[in-house]
Design a protein around this ligand. Structure first.
Ligand SMILES: [Zn+2]
Length: 317
């Protein structure tokens, strides 16, 4: 069994896993904690070390680096526009376009800003998330999959309610990292799903496992180094995260997830990883406390646009 198979199985069976965490999973979690410690130490972020495997799925490398790379691209910055101004503005601004020059920002800018991001949906949890966001008057970003196609209509629903849609993966299988072709084949498929819902393919993406994942090395050495460059050459920008609520690991209570998500607010710009896929009811339950925390701390909530922090983790493969 490959690591990728193992992680995919974990993802599909996360409900069962919550009841009985396997020794394997614990071992993976321990490795992730070790990775957090080492990455945190390397970047002087020891405060993150106590957090559990807090990544995008249990097997993904949870690098916390928010600004390891310089700004990408050049030319005129794209005005983000007010997302409340309508869908046409967003379509023109957010559609993937290799010819479009964007002054992407990979360093924090000192403003207290938070981007709430939800991966792996849509699912039955997505509407609950949207209702909470609306109740607090904040917007978020959804990096979507085709895991539960019966909920694809929630992509349009989330978009129409002022949130940003990004691409995550059609299959969310790590075998997509076997080659550049297999990755883009998968990306094109989820792009088509999103286009069917909102009318265009957005330029915002999040790699399964994040750019720092090492699972991909089982399928192709060096693939993340290539893909992080390829996607930008094709007009996309990828967004990792600098804080996770920890829901990539199973079994945490809503209180625990809220604590992880708000444990270290030293970042002025927070790109917060959460999941709205099936099995993440605790994340839904934690969301109000997370929002209230950052509101009380004076953060502005934004959906991702071309001015957002393109949080890039260290590429390890
Ligand atoms: Zn994911």
């Amino acid at each position: 069994m490959t690591n990728g198979d193992r992680f995919d199985r974990d993802r599909i069976e996360r409900a069962r896993r919550r009841r009985s965490r396997s020794r394997l999973h614990k071992a993976v979690a321990a490795l992730c904690v070790a990775a957090v410690v080492s990455v945190g130490a390397a970047w002087g972020l020891g405060a993150f070390a106590p957090q559990p495997a807090q990544d995008e799925q249990a097997g993904d490398a949870p690098s916390q680096d928010a600004g390891a790379q310089g700004a990408q691209g050049s030319g005129d910055a794209q005005a983000s526009g007010d997302q409340a101004n309508g869908e046409d503005d967003r379509a023109a601004d957010f559609a993937v376009d290799p010819a479009k020059q964007t002054e992407w920002r990979t360093k924090t800018d000192g403003t207290k800003t938070i981007w709430l991001t939800f991966d792996d949906g849509p699912s039955a949890n997505t509407e609950k998330v949207l209702d909470i966001l609306d109740r607090y008057g904040v917007k978020a970003t959804f990096f979507v999959t085709n895991e539960e196609p019966q909920y694809a209509y929630m992509i349009k629903e989330a978009y129409d309610r002022g949130n940003t849609i990004g691409l995550h993966s059609y299959t969310h299988e790590y075998s997509i990292y076997a080659s550049e072709d297999s990755f883009f084949n998968d990306l094109d498929q989820i792009g088509a799903v999103v286009k069917d819902q909102i009318g265009y393919v957005p330029c915002f993406i999040r790699f399964p496992g994040g750019a720092s994942n090492t699972v991909s090395a089982k399928y192709c050495k060096g693939i993340m180094t290539k893909l992080t460059q390829d996607v930008q050459a094709r007009g996309y920008q990828y967004f990792d995260w600098n804080i996770s609520c920890g829901d990539g690991a199973a079994g945490h209570t809503a209180d625990e997830l809220a604590a992880y998500a708000t444990d270290d607010a030293d970042y002025s710009n927070v790109m917060l990883l959460m999941h709205d896929s099936a099995g993440h009811e605790a994340t839904v339950d934690a969301l109000p406390a997370i929002i209230e925390h950052y509101q009380q701390e004076g953060y502005t909530f934004k959906a991702i646009d071309r001015t957002a922090l393109a949080s890039h983790q260290k590429v390890n493969n």
